[in-house]
Design a protein around this ligand. Structure first.
Ligand code: HEC
Length: 156
C-alpha cells in the first residue's frame, strides 16, 4: 500500500478538511526537536536526505511523514510490541494522540490498549503540552501522510 506525502503547503490546506490543525509553532518546534528528540530520532526522506537530526541515528524510528502514519510501521525498525499492537489496533498518528504519547508514552499505551502491562520503548517525556504541540507542528512541515488517499503517481 502506498500513501501519499503531501507537501507542507498542501498539507496545511488539507488539514483544514481532513486533519486537526497543528496548533504549535514549527520554529520553536525545530529547536525543541534539536534539544529533545534528535538524540534518538532523525527525519530522513525517501531519497535519503537528512532533513533534521543526524544521519545513521537508529535509536528511535525515522520521523519523516510520521503524522498520518500508522504507529509502529517504519520498515526495519525494531519496535516494542505494545506500539506495534496499538498501530494494528488502529492508532494512526494525529496531533491529538501524539501530545499525550510524547508527555507519557507508557501511560498513553496502557490507556490506548487497556493493558496495564503495556510498555513503551521510548524512555523520554516532553514536559509540557505547548512544547509537544510545537514539535508536532515542526514534524508536520515535512509532510503529512494522507492515509485516506492512495495514489500511484507519487514516489513516496
Ligand atoms: C531516549 C531516546 C528517545 C528520545 C529522546 C525520543 N524518542 Fe521517540 N522513540 C524512541 C524509541 C526507542 C521509539 C520506539 C518506541 C517503541 O517501540 O515502543 C520512539 C517512538 C517515537 C514515536 C512513534 C513513531 C512510530 O513510528 O510510531 C514518535 C512519534 C516519537 N518517538 C517522537 C519523539 C519526539 C517528538 C521526541 C522528542 C520530544 C522523541 N520521540 C524523543 C526513542 C526516543
Amino acid at each position: 500500500m502506498r500513501s501519499r506525502i503531501l507537501t507542507a503547503a498542501s498539507a496545511a490546506a488539507m488539514s483544514l478538511l481532513t486533519l486537526p490543525a497543528f496548533a504549535g509553532d514549527p520554529e520553536a518546534g525545530a529547536s525543541a526537536f534539536a534539544s529533545q528528540c534528535q538524540n534518538c530520532h532523525n527525519v530522513v526522506n525517501d531519497e535519503g536526505d537528512v532533513l533534521a537530526g543526524r544521519p545513521n541515528m537508529r535509536t528511535g524510528p525515522n520521523l519523516y511523514g510520521v503524522l498520518g502514519r500508522q504507529a509502529g510501521t517504519v520498515d526495519g525498525f525494531r519496535y516494542g510490541g505494545s506500539l506495534v499492537e496499538a498501530g494494528e489496533a488502529g492508532l494512526v498518528w494525529a496531533a491529538d494522540d501524539m501530545v499525550p504519547y510524547l508527555m507519557d508514552p507508557n501511560s498513553y499505551l496502557r490507556e490506548t490498549l487497556g493493558n496495564n502491562r503495556a510498555r513503551s520503548q521510548m524512555s523520554f517525556r516532553v514536559r509540557d503540552e505547548e512544547t509537544a504541540q510545537d514539535i508536532i507542528a515542526f514534524l508536520a512541515t515535512f509532510g503529512v501522510v494522507d492515509a485516506e488517499e492512495e495514489t500511484e503517481e507519487s514516489g513516496s
